[in-house]
Design a protein around this ligand. Structure first.
Ligand code: SF4
Ligand code: SF4
Ligand code: SF4
Length: 305
């Protein structure tokens, strides 16, 4: 079996997550030959006849798009690996700024750029928006996570290579969290750095913006287990993804309103920096933006496209 891992607009962390399988990677190599992965081997182009291609990263420029179409044409099965590939991920946040501002920052303002401030003209053209892989080509399987967590990959990869199906939970992060609902008294929205959350009670109930109820499971509620609210890196839960009238923002507002008995309008007005707190991983997904009630459209200023 020939497998490949393609890199688009991302940080390569998803490929490193595969390498982080440690000794299990030896079992993978026993069953399959890794024929292409720009992160782990010196090979420039994917060969023909790939059995399973994993694609990481979003589609943000013309080169990403061309590479995606090439690997799709050369692979029997294509897997979107990681939240950038599945929902645009962190790359989607680039849509909050104009192309001009992004290029000025990247080529002129960070400390490591050459002092002449030249913006190169020979880089691949920027697309008008970020895209998830599934917005551009047919995807056979989606494995979200930023990056996908080790336990999830340990369940999925051997089964996939053996041609077996694996039955996985499709619930939300809350289903994997062992916190209990504490008393809801004088609920106020808190920033993460304010106070120290009680380790037994639900973080959302304590006022911390935990996206567990609206986020797909598969990480064993890793962040709440460390006393940190979930920020949604697995992407939306399936009920949000499937239902046109459900979105990360409106379902979070509804959940807080139910918990606190406060009107939804009042709760919505209290939520701050909605782009970074609600959509840091999904802004680049056309599927999420196209929802009738999505806030993504109003967050992306038209001039930034
Ligand atoms: S999903 Fe996360 S880890 Fe994977 S490429 Fe994107 S930013 Fe990196
Ligand atoms: S909202 Fe967060 S802390 Fe509360 S149960 Fe869900 S995942 Fe756990
Ligand atoms: S708890 Fe949320 S932010 Fe943390 S790993 Fe899981 S999905 Fe990602």
């Amino acid at each position: 079996m020939k497998i490949a891992i393609e890199e688009l607009a991302g940080c390569s962390g998803c490929t490193i997550a595969v390498l982080d399988l440690h000794e299990m990677i030896l079992d993978v190599i026993e069953q399959a030959e890794i024929v292409y992965s720009p992160v782990i081997m010196d090979v420039k182009e994917p060969p023909e006849g790939i059995d399973i291609a994993f694609v990481t990263g979003a589609v943000r420029n013309a080169e990403n798009e061309e590479r995606l179409k090439t690997i799709r044409a050369r692979a029997n099965t294509l897997v979107a690996l990681g939240t950038c590939a599945v929902y645009g991920g962190i790359s989607g946040l680039s849509m909050l700024s104009s192309r001009e501002d992004l290029f000025n920052y990247v080529y002129r303002e960070v400390d490591t750029v050459p002092p002449d401030g030249t913006i190169p003209t020979d880089v691949p053209p920027f697309l008008y928006r970020a895209f998830a892989v599934g917005d551009k080509v047919k995807v056979d399987y989606f494995i979200p996570g930023c990056p996908p967590k080790e336990n999830r990959l340990r369940q999925i990869l051997p089964a996939m290579m053996a041609g077996d199906r694996v039955s996985l939970s499709r619930k939300s992060v809350c289903s994997e969290c062992d916190r209990i609902m504490g008393p809801i008294e004088n609920w106020t929205l808190k920033r993460r750095f304010e106070g120290e959350p009680d380790r037994e009670y639900c973080l959302l109930g304590q006022g911390y913006l935990c996206l567990g109820p609206v986020t797909f499971c598969g990480c064993e509620a890793a962040c709440p287990a460390k006393n940190v609210p979930c920020h949604g890196c697995n992407g939306p839960s399936l009920d949000i993804l499937r239902e046109p009238c459900r979105d990360i923002f409106n379902m979070t507002v509804r959940r807080i309103s139910d918990l606190t008995d406060r009107p939804e309008k009042e709760v919505a007005a209290e939520l701050y920096d909605v782009a970074h707190t609600m959509y840091p991983f999904t802004m680049g997904s056309q599927v999420m933006e196209d929802k009738e009630i999505s806030k993504i459209r109003e967050l992306i200023k038209e001039g930034n496209r």
